[in-house]
Every structure is written in structure tokens, then in C-alpha cells.
Design a binder for this molecule. Structure first.
Ligand code: PLP
Length: 420
């Protein structure tokens, strides 16, 4: 469910017509609904009501906008961060350090040190050596770093290869069969407070049985670790729950997910951590765009919009589908290809798609663009960096400025020896 609906024939975000935002802020622009973020945060929490002790850490890489983080902090969410930059954002948004989980396969020594100084609540270790180094850094500072060991349960999550993370050949986590011996070696280190294990098998997951199998393997690991005398107080179950990208798609709901978790983790007696990203942010945002041209094509016309692959990379990167709807539909339909202005054939959002009939100057949205949208934007083709707007009821604010191509240019310089 989301708060992007037609009223009197005009697509609104909550109580604000998107025509108004296009007029006042310009296009392309991401538009987020505060109350959709809030609702998703609440529905996810509610889905886990039958699971014992939980800690929710929003995976901020899905949408790290500072204002969005504020909303989720207000909803009681901590953060899952994957870089020093994300850690700084989470802290800037007022999320307590102790509620932050530091994930990521390439945390640098400097990032680990910053995390320890900040008092990060949990480091998810991706390899044994990282644990050794983290322990050394913390010990030198007279501290103990709270940590879990991320294991790779060797499960094919059944999602797009580029967002699958839980198969043995993926770069993430340590092989689950090696985890007990590694745990034996890491747990005694001064400077490390190794509390449990973590897993995250992929994103946009639509098949709960794969996740359940991963959790079952994690449960067996917890039993084995306790048998070896380790104290296990935390298990981090990661994120990954998918969202419907096409109208009519049905995916497992947070309630379905919560029921599975309750079943799979029965008797574990740990604090369970969750790192939802897409399921919170995906349907909370749209990318608002204007049709520049409708260009005749061989089979279908090309609708050329002013948003491009640099603003929304998912179709080019993952062949992803985003529903495309006119802001003021006439009721007429057309079959068209939808593409942006970037000079690559990959800058195509859809081919041969039946859509609302649009013409030059019309406004439209790509839906379900709240996750892995603006955060992946670039300035490729020397385009402006896309701005972001947050709506709350009948008010809105620009929460990330459009950064003009000229501003980017101003950060570049020609060295002395090349000057004319
Ligand atoms: C990306 C990521 C998440 C969030 O994934 P979603 O599919 O957006 O829920 C959670 N945990 C880790 C470690 C991640 O890398």
C-alpha cells in the first residue's frame, strides 16, 4: 500500500498534486511519501509481533536521504550501514550509535576505527582477518567491539544474480561449515565481543522457502556454537524481502515473513536483528519525469522522457521493471518504448509496453523508485544530479537539491601545464 493516488484525475503524493511539484521544483525529481515510509516501518514491525526480542535496523543503502532517515529514526528504527559515509549519515540523522549495525565486505581499517570511536552497536564480520584486526584496533583503544560473524549459508535466493549474496561463490560472509572453527579462534580475542552470527542472502526475495532454509541452517549453527561453549545472544537475519514492482504482483507480506521467522527461529533464545531496506523504501517513492518527445520508431514509438539511466539505474543494471503512469491520464492507451536522453541503448526503461497515452510536455512517474533509486544516481552525460522531495500530508520540502552540471564542472580543473 502507498500514498500515490489519483484525485480528480491528477496523481497525488499524499495531498500534494505531482503537477505542483513538477512546476515548482522541476523534473526529473524523486518524490517520497512520509506516511508510506511510516506505514511500511509499522507494518514490518507488526509482522514480527510473534517473534521474541527484535532489533530493527533499516538498511540505509536503499534510500539514505537524511530526511528519510529522520522519519525512520522517529519510527524507532536503527540503521544498517555499509560504509563510513553511511555511518556518518545515520549518526547525523540522530540514530543512536548503539542501534547501528556496520555491515559490508570491504570495511577499511580506518572505517573500523571510526566505528569503534563512535560506539557502533554491532560489526558484522565478513572474514576472519577482519575480526582479528577489529579486535586489535579496539583493544588498543581499551575497548571491546561488539560483533557477529556473517555466514554464507550457500542458498540460491532465486533473485537477480547481481543482488544475490548467499551462494557459496558470492563474495559475502564466511562458509557456514567453517564458521564454528573460526568462531572458536575469534571469540577469545581481547577487544572482541563476539555475540552471534549474521546472514543476508539477497534482495528482492519472493520465495520465503529459500530464506527459511537459510534460517534453518543458521539455527543449526547456533546449536553447534553453543555446544562448543559459546554464548550466543544475537542472530542477524538480514534484509531482502521483495516488493511488487508491477501492478498486480503478489509478494510475501511482512506478516507472511514474520510467521515464517517465528516458526524458523522458535527456541533460539536470542535477540533477532532485521535489516529491511527495499520493503520499507521501495513503494514510498516515485521518479517524476516529463515527456520530452514522442519519436516514431520501427515497431513502436519511443517516449523520450527527461529522466535517464543516470537518475534511475535499476532497469539498465538489473533489467528491472518500473510501472510508468501518466500524472494526468486521458484514459487513452498506447504501446511504446520508454527511454531517456542518455547516449546508450541501455538507457531504456521499457520496450513495447502498454502505457497511458502521453505526448510531449506530459508528466509521468516511474513507480516503486524509493529504494535503490536516487542513491544510485550519477551525473553521467554531464546531467544534473537528480533532486529529492519529501511530502508529508499537504506540505512538501526539497530534501536534496538538484546539483547542477555547472556545479560539478566547477569542482574540476585544468592543470597549469595544459592551460592555453
Ligand atoms: C542490502 C542489504 C540489506 C537490505 O536489503 P533489502 O533487500 O533492501 O532489504 C540488508 N543487509 C545487508 C547486509 C545488505 O547488504
Amino acid at each position: 500500500m502507498n500514498h500515490f493516488d489519483y484525485r480528480d484525475g491528477v496523481l497525488h503524493c499524499e495531498d500534494v498534486p505531482l503537477t505542483r511539484i513538477a512546476e515548482e521544483v522541476g523534473t526529473p525529481v524523486y518524490v517520497y511519501s512520509t506516511n508510506t515510509f511510516r506505514r511500511h516501518a509499522q507494518v514490518f514491525r507488526e509482522g514480527l509481533k510473534d517473534v521474541g526480542r527484535i532489533h530493527l535496523a533499516y538498511a540505509i543503502k536503499a534510500n539514505p536521504n537524511l530526511a528519510v532517515l529522520r522519519v525512520l529514526a522517529e519510527e524507532g528504527y536503527g540503521a544498517d550501514v555499509v560504509s563510513g559515509g553511511e555511518m556518518a549519515r545515520a549518526l547525523a540523522a540522530g540514530i543512536p550509535a548503539v542501534d547501528i549495525v556496520f555491515s559490508g565486505v570491504g570495511k577499511t581499517r580506518a572505517e573500523l576505527a571510526r566505528g569503534i570511536d563512535a560506539g557502533i552497536g554491532q560489526f558484522n564480520l565478513e572474514l576472519e582477518e577482519e575480526g582479528v584486526v577489529l579486535a586489535q584496533i579496539a583493544h588498543a583503544k581499551g575497548k571491546r567491539a561488539p560483533a557477529t560473524l556473517r555466514v554464507n549459508p550457500d542458498i540460491d535466493a532465486g533473485t537477480h544474480a547481481k543482488i544475490s549474496t548467499g551462494r557459496a561463490e558470492n563474495k559475502f560472509g564466511v562458509p557456514i561449515d567453517q564458521a564454528p572453527d573460526m568462531f572458536d579462534r575469534l571469540a577469545p580475542l581481547d577487544g572482541l565481543d563476539l555475540r552471534g552470527v549474521a546472514c543476508h542472502i539477497g534482495s528482492q526475495l519472493s520465495d520465503l522457502s529459500r530464506l527459511e532454509e537459510a534460517y534453518r541452517r543458521i539455527g543449526e549453527l547456533v546449536v553447534e556454537l553453543r555446544r562448543r561453549g559459546h554464548t550466543i545472544t544475537r542472530v542477524d537475519l538480514g534484509g531482502g524481502l521483495g516488493v511488487p514492482y508491477k501492478a498486480g504482483d503478489v509478494l510475501p507480506s511482512p506478516a507472511d515473513y514474520g510467521a515464517m521467522v517465528a516458526r524458523a527461529t522458535q527456541g533460539w533464545d536470542v535477540e533477532l536483528m532485521f535489516e529491511p531496506g527495499r520493503v520499507i523504501a521501495g513503494n514510498s517513492g516515485v521518479l517524476l519525469t516529463e515527456v520530452v518527445w514522442v519519436k516514431p520508431g520501427v515497431t513502436n514509438p519511443y517516449v523520450i522522457v527527461d529522466a535517464a539511466m543516470n537518475d534511475l539505474a535499476r532497469p539498465a543494471l538489473y533489467d528491472a521493471w518500473h510501472d510508468f503512469d501518466a500524472v494526468t491520464p486521458t484514459g487513452e492507451r498506447m504501446t511504446a518504448n520508454i527511454a531517456g536522453p542518455v547516449c546508450e541503448s541501455g538507457d531504456t526503461f521499457a520496450m513495447g509496453r502498454e502505457i497511458d497515452a502521453v505526448e510531449s510536455g506530459d508528466l509521468a512517474v516511474f513507480r516503486t523508485a524509493g529504494a535503490y533509486g536516487a542513491t544510485m544516481a550519477s551525473t553521467y552525460n554531464s546531467r544534473d544530479l537528480v533532486p529529492e522531495v519529501l511530502v508529508d500530508g499537504d506540505r512538501y520540502a526539497v530534501v536534496a537539491d538538484r546539483i547542477a552540471a555547472e556545479t560539478i564542472l566547477a569542482a574540476e580543473r585544468v592543470p597549469e601545464w595544459l592551460k592555453a
